[in-house]
Design a binder for this molecule. Structure first.
Ligand SMILES: CC(C)(COP(=O)(O)OP(=O)(O)OC[C@H]1O[C@@H](n2cnc3c(N)ncnc32)[C@H](O)[C@@H]1OP(=O)(O)O)[C@@H](O)C(=O)NCCC(=O)NCCS
Length: 187
């Protein structure tokens, strides 16, 4: 069932979001940086994924996404040079949620920030960098993701970034929980 499908809705542009992300980092995460992941970072990224999410993947999955879409694969780095968060994406060619034809869509596959580094704007910044890259480097016209219906922090974050709930994916997760599919147009 489609819950939301309005084309004329207004979205904060990725450029407004990016500006806000930079401001938030200066205010709340002094000394932290966001940069593209290198191949050497992938092991730590996998460790963070294991610590923070029930959806885990074998090493080749991270490497494959990095090889194909490394311009939209970012890490958050703490002032003492530790990787404390990541975002990884996939570019897919699929029927659009907002246009009735095939579009390039930037799928946010996974994002996480270590618990002790949360609420500093890092999740917002990782998303801002990824959305900008999906548009500028991969020519994506939309972006979408799945999120557990009970994951309030993540849903709030995505709503702030202009994502809307498009539909419920029943029993999407292995433990039987439903997901919201959330999407927004780019830019
Ligand atoms: C979701 C997640 C990445 C957010 O990372 P973060 O760095 O804490 O997020 P930010 O500090 O950028 O938060 C941005 C906004 O999101 C919302 N938000 C974040 N955490 C929240 C929480 N616990 N409760 C309510 N809103 C929250 C707030 O609106 C926040 O803005 P504010 O701090 O100015 O109020 C982080 O909680 C996480 O890693 N969770 C575990 C992994 C996960 O669930 N990933 C998403 C899978 S779909």
């Amino acid at each position: 069932m489609i819950l939301w499908h309005k084309k004329e809705e207004k979205y904060p542009s990725i450029y407004e979001i990016f500006e806000e992300a930079v401001k938030k980092l200066e205010e709340k995460a002094n000394g932290y940086t966001i940069r593209n992941a290198t191949e050497k970072d992938l092991e730590v990224v996998r460790e963070i994924n294991l610590k923070t999410l029930p959806e885990n993947y074998p090493p080749y999955f991270f490497r494959d996404l990095w090889v194909k879409y490394n311009k939209a694969f970012y890490v958050a780095v703490s002032p003492d040079e530790k990787i404390v968060g990541y975002i990884m994406c996939r570019v897919e060619y699929k029927p659009g949620f907002f246009k009735h034809f095939l579009v390039k869509s930037g799928h946010v596959v996974s994002i996480a920030v270590l618990k002790e580094h949360r609420r500093k704007g890092l999740g917002y910044a990782l998303m801002a960098y990824a959305m900008k890259s999906l548009y500028e480097n991969y020519d994506c016209k939309e972006t979408y993701l799945e999120v557990r219906v009970t994951n309030k922090p993540a849903i709030t974050l995505y709503e702030k970034l202009g994502y809307k709930i498009i539909k419920v994916l029943h029993q999407y997760y292995l433990d039987g929980e439903d997901a919201y599919l959330m999407a927004r147009p780019l830019p």
